[in-house]
Design a protein. Structure first.
Length: 198
């Protein structure tokens, strides 16, 4: 309510601009909630043309309609392994079996005409990693999207690096830690990725 009261106190032109920004923000938050997004990170990165490119990383959950999420992931990963599901690649992650899906899609277009329409990208790259949630019939979905098609290898590496750090912590392990017991240390690729990403 405090933001609304501040908006009311602005001069009319500024109030209209602030109102549009607030409505855009509310629409984005509503869209994220509708798609069960738990976390969203926006990136702005320098590109080769001395400009900037963007990326969006999200973590979301996807219900499986009561079906076993582990069976769904195993079926998709199995279909990817034997070539039945093109565009999917099975993944062996520290948190279990998952899969990677990649696609290029036409970039969304604004309904409002802009002067910079030539600068807007025509396509985006979307990488998705999905794994089964350990105790619910849901998939955990990590997704990276960017219009920078020349750097998809780097964005894929980032997405896979993050996926390799994904763990599901049992609250009982935290209780064991509090009781003075040491948790099992990470080894191999999981330890290397944890070092890289903190």
């Amino acid at each position: 309510m405090g933001i609304v009261n501040r908006l009311r106190g602005l001069p009319e032109k500024e109030r209209d601009e602030a109102d549009r920004a607030l409505r855009l923000y509310a629409g984005i938050v509503s869209l994220l909630n509708t798609n069960r997004v738990q976390e969203c990170a926006l990136g702005v990165h320098p590109d080769d043309s001395r400009g900037f490119t963007t990326s969006v990383f999200t973590v979301s959950t996807m219900p499986t309609g009561g079906s076993s999420s582990k069976l769904i992931v195993a079926g998709l990963a199995g279909g990817a392994a034997d070539g039945r599901n093109e565009g999917l690649r099975p993944l062996d992650l520290p948190c279990g079996v998952g899969f990677l899906s990649e696609k290029r899609s036409p970039a969304p277009r604004s309904s409002r005409p802009t002067e910079a329409s030539d600068a807007t990208p025509s396509h985006t790259w979307q990488g998705t990693v999905a794994v089964a949630a350990p105790s619910t019939p849901e998939l955990i979905v990590l997704q990276m999207v960017t219009p920078d098609l020349d750097s998809t290898d780097a964005y894929r590496d980032i997405l896979l690096g993050i996926a390799r750090t994904l763990t599901f912590t049992d609250p009982n392990d935290a209780a064991a830690e509090d009781a003075g017991q040491e948790p099992e240390p990470l080894t191999g690729g999981a330890a290397a990725m944890r070092n890289d990403f903190g």
